[in-house]
Write a protein that binds this ligand. Structure first.
Ligand SMILES: Nc1nc2c(c(=O)[nH]1)N[C@H]1C(S)=C(S)[C@@H](COP(=O)(O)OP(=O)(O)OC[C@H]3O[C@@H](n4cnc5c(=O)[nH]c(N)nc54)[C@H](O)[C@@H]3O)O[C@H]1N2
Ligand SMILES: Nc1nc2c(c(=O)[nH]1)N[C@H]1C(S)=C(S)[C@@H](COP(=O)(O)OP(=O)(O)OC[C@H]3O[C@@H](n4cnc5c(=O)[nH]c(N)nc54)[C@H](O)[C@@H]3O)O[C@H]1N2
Ligand SMILES: [Mo]
Length: 752
C-alpha cells in the first residue's frame, strides 16, 4: 500500500477543522478555512484518539461479577476490571437492566446522563441513551444544566421566557450593540476564551472582531469580575469579591433611586412590585439602606466607583450583561433577578442595544444574528417515568433516597436509584465535592457507562462499554444556536480497539430486552442519518431556504445556510414595549416581575419575593474565612472543552497538575514562586496545582480551571489539579437547586 493521504473537513464543539489521514490513521488537524479566529483545541485530537487510555473492549468490574448478592459496591472505583467479549457483556448488562426493572421498576433507573459528549446530531450520546431507556419503559431524568440551572428557573418567573430560547433568539445582537450601545456593564465579563466553544459547533469565532469594533467606536466596556481576563483587552476592570455582585447592583440601584436617575414611567408601565423592592432597597424594614457605602463593604468596589457608574449608565444607552458563572454559585438566582431589576430601572429593556443580556461570552453563538433552525435530532420517544431531579442534586439523591427536598415551589421526594446508566458525560469531572460523590456513587446496585476513554467516571462503573468517538462514525453536525453552518461529519478512521457506536450498543441491548423495533425502527445508523437529514431539508425547502441533498453535501462536507434574521433580535421585549397589554410577557402578571407573588408564596427566606443580597455560606466575608482565606473560582479551561482530550493535554510536560492563578502579593506572603507545585485544600478535600502568579486576579481569589481527570493518591490527595474536590455541593437555593461551584473557600500551602 502506498502513502495515501486524505483530507476531510469535519466539525466539533470547538469548531470545524480539516482532518489529515494517512494510511487510515488520523495524523493531524488544520483550521477550517472559514474560521475567522480558529483555536487550536483540535490539535490534541490525534493523540487523544489513539491514547493508551482508550477503552478497547467491554470491561466488567471483578467485585461486581463475583458477588451477585452484594456486588461489592464498596469497591466501586477501587476495584479491578476484567475484559469481557461483546456478546457476553451485552448479555450480562441486559440481564441486570431487566432484573432492576422487574424488581424495582423503571423509576429506579437514573438516565439523566448529563454531559456534552461530542458534536454530531444523530449520535448525540445522551439522546441515544434516553431513547433506549424510553424504549424499555423510561427512566428518572434531570432538569436543567450545570451551565444555567438557576437561570432556567428564575428567568421564566421574572421575564416569562425560556432561558435557552432567550439567549440564542431574543437578546440584542452584536450589530445592534455596535450601532446603539454606549456602555456594556459586564458582570463576570464577556469571556473571550469561553466563546471558543458551543454545543454542536461554533464555526466562525467572531467575538474578538466584534470587540475590536466596539473599542473602535468608543463603547465603554466595564468588566466587573475577580479576573481581568474575563473580558477582552481594552475593557475597564473593576475587581469584585466573588459572590457579591448582587450587593454591587443594589448599590447602583440605591444611587439611581435616591438621585432620581431612574425611569419611573417604565417601572410603572412595564413592571410589577418595584415599590416593595424599594422598601428593601432603602432599608425601610431592616434599617439597612443598600447604598454605595453599604455595597462597598460587601463587594470590595469603592462607593465612589459605584456612584460614578450609576450616573454614567443612567444617562446613556447601556446594556447590562451577566455571565452564567454568577448563577453557578449559591443564591445564583439573585444576581440574575437583580440585574434585570437594574435594567428595568434604567428603562431600556426593549430598546436597541439596551436592557439586559445573559451569557454573551459563555459560549459561541450568543449575540450572532442568525435565525436558529431546529431539527436533525433523533426523537427520544416517550418517558413513562415522570420523576426527575434538578441536575446537580445527584449526590443528594444517591445519599438520601426517599427523603424530601424542595424545588421551585414543590416538595419532592428523591427516588431510590438502583441502576445508573451514563453515556456522554463525566460526572467525576462536572460535579462538585467529588469525594462525597465518590461515596454516594457506591449506593446503587449497578453503574453502566458507555465511554471512549477510561475517565474517572468509567473507572467508577461496573460495566464499561467502549464507545467510538465522533471521528470513527459518520454524522451530521449542526450547532444549537448562533451558527449557520451544516456539516457532514465523515467517518475519518476505523473504530479504535473493539469500540462500537452508542447506537449499536443500544441496538444490541434493546434486542435482548425485546425493544429492538421500538429503539431502532428497523433502521441502520446510515438510514437514520438519511431520514433526519431529508426531513430537515424538506423543512428548509418549505421555508424557501436552499439546502443541498445529502450526496451533494458529502462533496465538500459543509454548507452555509443563508443568514436570516438580521433584525434586532430582542423581539418579545420590543413588542412588549410597544404594547404591554397586547404583547404580555408570559409571567404571572404579564409584566417584568421585580416582585413575584408566586416566588414569595414559596416561603423561601433565601429567595423571597424580590431580589435581595444573601450571604453565601462561603465567601471572603464569612467566618470560615479565617480558616480558609482564599476564594477559589473554577472556570472553564481555555485550552479544551471540560475534561475532553485531557489525556493528550496531560501528556504535555508541565501541564499537570493544572496551573492555578494566584495574585502576586498573596504568593509573596506565602513565599510561593512561579511554577511551584502547591497544595490547595479545605474540609472537603485537597488537590495539587501549579502556581501561576499574576496581578490580573483579585487578591485572596485563586482561579483553578476545571478539566483535569480526577485522580487521588492513597491519602485522598487529588494529583491532577481538579477543583471539584474542593467545591461546594449545595443547591443555589430551594428555588433553582442549581450547582454552586463558584462558592468555595480554600487554603493553600507550599509543599516540600
Ligand atoms: N467546579 C466547576 N465545575 C463545573 C463547572 C464549573 O464552572 N466549575 N462547569 C460545569 C458545566 S457548565 C458543565 S457543562 C460541566 C461539563 O461536564 P461534562 O459535560 O460532563 O464534561 P465533558 O468532559 O464534556 O464530558 C463529556 C464526556 O463524554 C465523552 N464522550 C464524548 N463523545 C462521546 C460519545 O460519542 N459517546 C459517549 N458514550 N461518550 C462520549 C467524553 O469522553 C467525556 O468523558 O461541568 C460542570 N462542572
Ligand atoms: N474553552 C472553553 N470554553 C468553554 C467551555 C470549556 O470547557 N472550554 N465550557 C462551556 C460551557 S459548558 C459553559 S456553561 C460556559 C460557561 O461560561 P461562564 O459560566 O460564563 O464561565 P466560567 O468559566 O464558569 O466563569 C467565567 C468567569 O466568571 C468569574 N466569576 C466567578 N464567580 C464570579 C462572581 O461571583 N462574580 C463575578 N463578577 N465573576 C465571577 C470567574 O473569574 C470566571 O473566570 O463556558 C463554555 N465555554
Ligand atoms: Mo456548561
Amino acid at each position: 500500500m502506498g502513502n495515501e493521504q486524505i483530507k476531510k473537513i469535519t466539525s466539533s464543539h470547538w469548531g470545524a477543522f480539516e482532518a489529515i489521514i494517512e494510511n487510515g490513521k488520523l495524523i493531524s488537524t488544520k483550521p477550517f478555512e472559514e474560521d475567522l479566529n480558529p483555536n487550536d483545541i483540535s490539535k490534541f485530537i490525534p493523540n487523544a484518539v489513539y491514547h493508551e487510555t482508550r477503552v478497547k473492549l467491554p470491561h466488567i468490574r471483578k467485585g461486581w461479577l463475583r458477588n451477585k448478592e452484594t456486588r461489592n459496591k464498596n469497591l466501586r472505583g477501587d476495584d479491578e476490571f476484567q475484559e469481557v467479549p461483546w456478546d457476553e457483556a451485552i448479555e450480562i448488562a441486559a440481564e441486570e437492566i431487566s432484573r432492576v426493572k422487574e424488581k424495582f421498576g423503571n423509576q429506579s433507573i437514573y438516565g439523566g446522563s448529563y454531559g456534552w459528549s461530542s458534536a454530531g446530531k444523530f449520535h448525540h450520546a445522551q439522546t441515544q441513551l434516553q431513547r433506549f431507556l424510553n424504549s424499555i419503559g423510561g427512566f428518572v431524568g434531570a432538569f436543567g444544566s450545570y451551565s444555567t440551572a438557576a437561570a432556567q428557573v428564575i428567568i421564566p418567573h421574572i421575564l416569562g421566557i425560556n432561558f435557552l430560547n432567550l439567549i440564542f433568539n431574543f437578546q440584542n445582537t452584536w450589530p445592534t450593540i455596535e450601532e446603539n450601545t454606549k456602555n456594556i456593564l459586564m458582570f463576570g465579563g464577556i469571556n473571550p476564551n469561553n466563546s471558543k466553544v458551543s454545543m454542536g459547533g461554533s464555526t466562525r469565532h467572531e467575538n474578538d472582531l466584534w470587540f475590536k469594533k466596539f473599542l473602535n467606536k468608543g463603547i465603554n466596556l466595564i468588566n466587573i469580575s475577580p479576573q481581568k481576563a474575563d473580558a477582552p483587552d481594552g475593557a475597564n476592570w473593576l475587581s469584585i469579591i466573588p459572590g457579591t455582585d448582587t450587593a454591587f447592583m443594589l448599590g447602583l440601584a440605591f444611587e439611581l433611586e435616591t438621585n432620581n436617575l431612574l425611569d419611573r414611567a417604565f417601572l410603572k408601565k412595564y413592571t410589577v412590585g418595584y415599590e416593595k423592592f424599594k422598601m428593601y432597597l432603602l432599608g425601610e424594614n431592616d434599617s439597612k439602606p443598600k447604598n454605595a457605602e453599604w455595597a462597598e463593604k460587601i463587594c470590595g468596589v469603592s462607593a465612589d466607583q459605584i456612584k460614578s457608574i450609576a450616573r454614567k449608565i443612567s444617562k446613556e444607552r447601556t446594556l447590562i450583561t451577566v455571565a452564567w458563572s454568577l448563577q453557578r454559585a449559591q443564591n445564583g438566582e439573585q444576581p440574575y433577578w437583580m440585574a434585570t431589576t437594574l435594567a428595568a430601572m434604567l428603562g431600556q429593556i426593549g430598546l436597541p442595544g439596551g436592557g439586559i443580556g445573559f451569557g454573551y461570552g459563555a459560549i459561541g453563538g450568543v449575540g450572532i444574528p442568525i435565525k436558529n433552525f431546529g431539527g436533525l435530532s433523533l426523537p427520544k420517544g416517550k418517558n413513562n417515568v415522570s420523576d426527575f431531579i434538578p441536575v446537580a442534586r445527584i449526590a443528594d439523591m444517591l445519599n438520601k433516597p426517599n427523603t424530601s427536598y424542595e424545588f421551585n415551589g414543590e416538595e419532592r421526594i428523591y427516588p431510590d436509584i438502583k441502576l445508573i446508566y451514563w453515556c456522554g458525560g463525566n460526572p467525576f469531572h462536572h460535579h462538585q465535592d467529588l469525594n462525597t460523590l465518590h461515596q454516594a456513587w457506591k449506593n446503587p446496585d449497578t453503574v453502566i457507562v458507555n465511554e471512549p476513554w477510561w475517565t474517572a467516571t468509567a473507572q467508577r462503573a461496573d460495566i464499561v462499554f467502549p464507545s467510538t468517538t465522533s471521528y470513527e462514525r459518520e454524522d451530521i453536525g449542526k450547532a444549537n444556536g448562533g451558527d449557520n453552518y451544516i456539516f457532514y461529519m465523515p467517518k475519518l478512521i476505523d473504530p479504535v480497539g473493539k469500540s462500537k457506536d452508542d447506537y449499536q450498543i443500544f441496538s444490541e441491548l434493546s434486542k435482548k430486552l425485546g425493544a429492538y423495533n421500538e429503539f431502532t425502527e428497523d433502521k441502520t445508523a446510515g438510514e437514520w442519518i438519511n431520514k433526519l437529514y431529508n426531513e430537515f431539508r424538506s423543512f428548509l425547502n418549505s421555508s424557501d431556504v436552499d439546502c443541498p441533498s445529502l450526496d451533494e453535501l458529502k462533496d465538500k462536507n459543509w454548507f452555509k445556510l443563508p443568514t436570516v434574521g438580521k433584525e434586532f433580535a430582542a423581539k418579545p421585549f420590543v413588542d412588549f414595549r410597544k404594547s404591554p397589554e397586547q404583547n404580555k410577557l408570559q409571567t404571572v402578571s404579564g409584566k417584568i416581575e421585580i416582585f413575584s407573588e408566586k416566588i414569595e408564596s414559596f416561603g423561601y427566606e433565601e429567595c423571597p419575593g424580590h431580589p435581595i443580597w444573601v450571604e453565601p455560606d462561603e465567601w471572603l466575608g464569612s467566618p470560615k474565612n479565617t480558616e480558609y482565606p482564599f476564594h477559589i473560582v473554577s472556570p472553564q479551561p481555555n485550552d479544551k472543552l471540560h475534561s475532553q482530550l485531557e489525556c493528550a493535554i496531560a501528556d504535555v510536560p508541565n501541564e499537570r497538575p493544572t496551573p492555578v492563578l494566584i495574585n502576586i502579593n498573596d504568593a509573596k506572603k506565602l513565599k510561593i514562586t512561579n511554577g511551584e507545585i502547591i497544595k490547595i485544600f479545605n474540609s472537603r478535600g485537597s488537590c495539587l496545582a501549579r502556581s501561576l502568579l499574576t496581578d490580573n486576579i483579585r487578591e485572596k481569589v485563586i482561579s483553578l480551571p476545571t478539566g483535569a481527570w480526577f485522580e487521588t493518591d492513597n491519602h485522598g490527595l487529588e494529583k491532577q489539579g481538579n477543583p471539584n474536590v474542593l467545591t461546594f455541593d449545595k443547591g443555589t437555593s430551594r428555588l433553582g437547586q442549581g450547582p454552586s461551584a463558584h462558592t468555595s473557600l480554600v487554603n493553600i500551602k507550599k509543599i516540600d
